[in-house]
Write a protein that binds this ligand. Structure first.
Ligand code: SAM
Length: 304
């Protein structure tokens, strides 16, 4: 357990998909004024250096966010790939962490969310991270923000920690709102069953919350079944859903080469009604910018 460190993967194609959806979803929720309780059950370290030791070993951002910037916003010449409002919003947010212009820092989900929080609406962010080192790094990174009680880091199990936070507190007008990101590393097989049980339980506690679940698209029965199970939970609770996948494929491989993770998905329960149209525009362009060959493509389905 705990061999997974997100720093090896920060800014890869899976982060691009996940964070683009996260931003689009939160932006839409924020069109209404009441406070939102924001919960990230598997937060990671928060900020990652793209030129650091971890990134050097994996270098996954090179085929993710770095490649997307090069395609959509090249330093010289015309862009090779068009952008869309969702892609632009994502690129702008990442660029905001890199004022010098070169991509050195990648914001993980806690910092993506924190950047969008509204002080005037009193949005609140609860972060869970169980890895001892990443938990400490996350606490230190968040402390730099001076966010006070608006952002809380707990070095606890996010699946368990989520339960008492739902339903979220009501504001003065009785409004309760929450957005939950569930993004485990799935390094242990039981994570798939835990995610499914967590969504089932969360919908009982707070059916109108917006839930985003990231998962890897890999040849493993549990991974294949997860979106089907999540769709079942949403349907039984009578809630709308959306499911997007992005596959970057891979170039021809040598006999001893492995492609690594080439595809992932995000399942959203109670998605913004605008998300489907935004993704229908963005996903083909993400494939164009990030696709690497065999197996590349995207899927997008929703409850309508
Ligand atoms: N959400 C982050 C982002 O988008 O930047 C990435 C998170 S990474 C995929 C998953 C993280 O969950 C790892 O840092 C891992 O240490 C942590 N983790 C694993 N099991 C956990 C649990 N039960 N509760 C909280 N964190 C956990």
């Amino acid at each position: 357990m705990f061999s997974y460190r997100h720093a090896f993967h920060a800014g890869n194609h899976a982060d691009v998909l996940k964070h683009l959806l996260l931003i689009a979803t939160l932006r839409h929720l924020q069109l209404k004024e009441p406070a939102i309780t924001l919960i990230d059950t598997h937060a990671g370290a928060g900020l990652y250096r793209l030129d650091g030791d971890f990134a050097d070993k994996g270098g996954e951002a090179v085929n993710g966010v770095v490649r997307l910037f090069a395609a959509c916003r090249p330093a010289t010449g015309a862009p090779a790939v068009q952008t869309t409002p969702l892609i632009d919003d994502y690129l702008d947010l990442v660029a905001g962490f890199n004022p010098s212009g070169s991509l050195r820092v990648y914001p993980g989900s806690p910092f993506v969310i924190e950047r969008l929080m509204r002080a005037e609406s009193r949005d609140r962010l609860k972060l869970f991270e169980l890895h001892p080192t990443d938990g400490k790094t996350l606490s230190a990174n968040i402390a730099q923000l001076d966010a006070g009680r608006a952002v809380v880091v707990k070095r606890e199990d996010g699946f368990e920690g989520l339960k008492p936070l739902l339903p979220p507190p009501a504001d003065a007008k009785g409004s309760r709102r929450a957005m939950v990101l569930i993004d485990p590393s799935y390094e242990i097989k039981s994570d798939y069953a835990k995610v499914s049980a967590c969504i089932q339980d969360s919908l009982k506690r707070f059916a109108t919350g917006t839930y985003l679940v990231w998962y890897p698209v890999i040849p493993r029965a549990e991974a294949h079944d997860l979106p089907r199970k999540l769709r079942g939970h949403a349907q039984r609770a009578g809630r709308p859903w959306l499911h997007a996948t992005l596959a970057v494929g891979h170039p021809p491989l040598g006999p001893d080469e492995r492609p690594g993770l080439t595809a992932s998905g995000v399942f959203v329960i109670n998605p913004p009604h605008t998300l489907h149209a935004g993704l229908a525009e963005a996903l083909p362009l993400l494939v164009e910018a990030l696709g690497r060959g065999r197996g590349q493509g995207h899927t997008l389905e929703h409850s309508g």
